[in-house]
Design a protein around this ligand. Structure first.
Ligand SMILES: Nc1ncnc2c1ncn2[C@@H]1O[C@H](COP(=O)(O)OP(=O)(O)OP(=O)(O)O)[C@@H](O)[C@H]1O
Ligand SMILES: [Mg+2]
Length: 365
């Protein structure tokens, strides 16, 4: 038996003037799922969220929440909880009044209102601030209250538009953990908009990667990271080293490649359409490369020779830049490994598995 679909977008399209901002958006979100919209600035994340929220109407397509068609339905009839990037608390109201606002609009009896506000303030771990005003709280505390205010009405859908991006790094991480705990505890279906790939990986059951108003890929964090549908997705998520070259041979389980410097490499195919003779961009992530002083005897590994250019100790890992022909390859070594013994200028061998290579047709610029 399939799960319940809470949200469905069918062929949603939106333009501003002649500028198509959201194109052919199709998505189903299951009950309790947390789905992120991830993409660079201007790709249409907020526009899509605003159509779901009812602040904007799509030019084309249908939107369903809990099976009900929502086109034309006013925002306040959609049973949503929302949190935005900027603190949207009412400054002249106490925290209690702020959190109770949605309940008051729904004419919730006073005793029940008090009970629910008290409970949700405990959930966001701020039980003792009900009588304060927003300006008497820190930025992170205010965002927690904004989250409490969105959740107290028990919305059928929680919409979050970059709720963490105004916070400093440490708080951001703390509140990110908190959001994940809350989302799982309450089980509320959530759409989370972000341009921060790590936040998306951390929080989501599935990620929608957007570029220029188009859906590049929809998948689990694992799929997005390990089976990117395009070069854009691969390079947007995490750091990766690019080398240019040519696809020399195509076998069912192996691609044979040659870099511009003449290194022979192999890659396992990952469903990207390629043809023998194609100019390609090939990638390997910094954490997938091992460094060795001697050339490995194993023919299963890719191996290239380079020179250590720069070593940077970063606590949990050491980052090492290695010059390989005209390319600079970044390698990330766990700190307890060999990193400490490396020397600038030293000749090293970089090694990685064929399955850790990503190959895409090279774009002609
Ligand atoms: N009301 C509007 N009128 C005209 N153009 C708009 C309007 N709102 C958004 N746009 C344009 O639509 C595109 C998408 O905007 P949107 O706000 O959805 O981007 P975003 O992905 O949320 O970006 P960011 O990460 O910067 O918040 C942008 O090119 C923007 O300039
Ligand atoms: Mg936005």
């Amino acid at each position: 038996m399939g799960k319940n679909i809470d949200v469905e977008l069918k062929n949603i399209q939106k333009s501003f003037g002649s500028n198509v901002v959201v194109e052919n958006f199709n998505l189903q979100i299951e009950q309790g799922e947390c789905v992120s919209f991830l993409g660079p600035s201007g790709c249409g994340k907020t526009t899509t969220l605003n159509m779901i929220a009812g602040f904007l109407e799509p030019d084309q397509g249908d939107l369903f929440i809990k099976g009900k068609r929502m086109n034309g339905m006013p925002s306040n009839k959609r049973e949503l909880g929302m949190v935005f990037q900027t603190y949207s608390l009412f400054p002249h109201m106490t925290i209690f009044e702020n959190v109770a606002y949605g309940l008051k609009l729904r004419k919730t009896p006073k005793s029940e209102m008090q009970e629910r506000v008290k409970k949700i303030l405990e959930v966001v771990k701020l039980p003792n601030v009900a009588d304060r005003y927003p300006k008497q709280l820190s930025g992170g505390q205010r965002q927690r209250i904004a989250i409490a205010r969105a959740l107290v009405t028990e919305p059928s859908l929680l919409l979050l538009d970059e709720p963490l991006s105004n916070l400093d790094a440490k708080l951001r991480e703390e509140l990110r953990d908190e959001l994940k705990r809350l989302q799982q505890e309450i089980g509320v279906t959530t759409i989370f908009v972000t341009h921060d790939q790590e936040e998306a990986l951390y929080l989501s059951n599935r990620i929608v990667v957007l570029a220029n108003g188009k859906m590049e890929q929809v998948g689990t964090p694992w799929e997005i990271y390990n089976r990117p549908a395009s070069e854009f997705v691969h390079t947007f998520i995490g750091k990766s080293n690019r080398m240019y070259g040519i696809l020399e041979e195509t076998h069912p389980s192996q691609l044979r490649l040659r870099t511009e410097e003449g290194f022979a490499l192999s890659a396992s195919p990952k469903g990207i359409e390629l043809r023998t003779g194609d100019q390609v961009s090939m990638y390997v992530r910094p954490e997938r490369i091992q460094l060795a002083q001697e050339e490995s005897a194993s023919t299963d590994m890719n191996s290239v020779k380079g020179q250590v250019k720069l070593i940077s100790f970063l606590g949990a890992y050491t980052e090492c830049e290695v010059t390989v022909g005209k390319h600079t390859i970044t390698v990330r070594l766990l700190a307890e490994q060999e990193g400490g013994a490396l020397k600038q200028g030293e000749t090293v061998y970089l090694e990685w598995k064929p399955e850790d290579m990503f190959v895409f047709p090279r774009k002609v610029e």
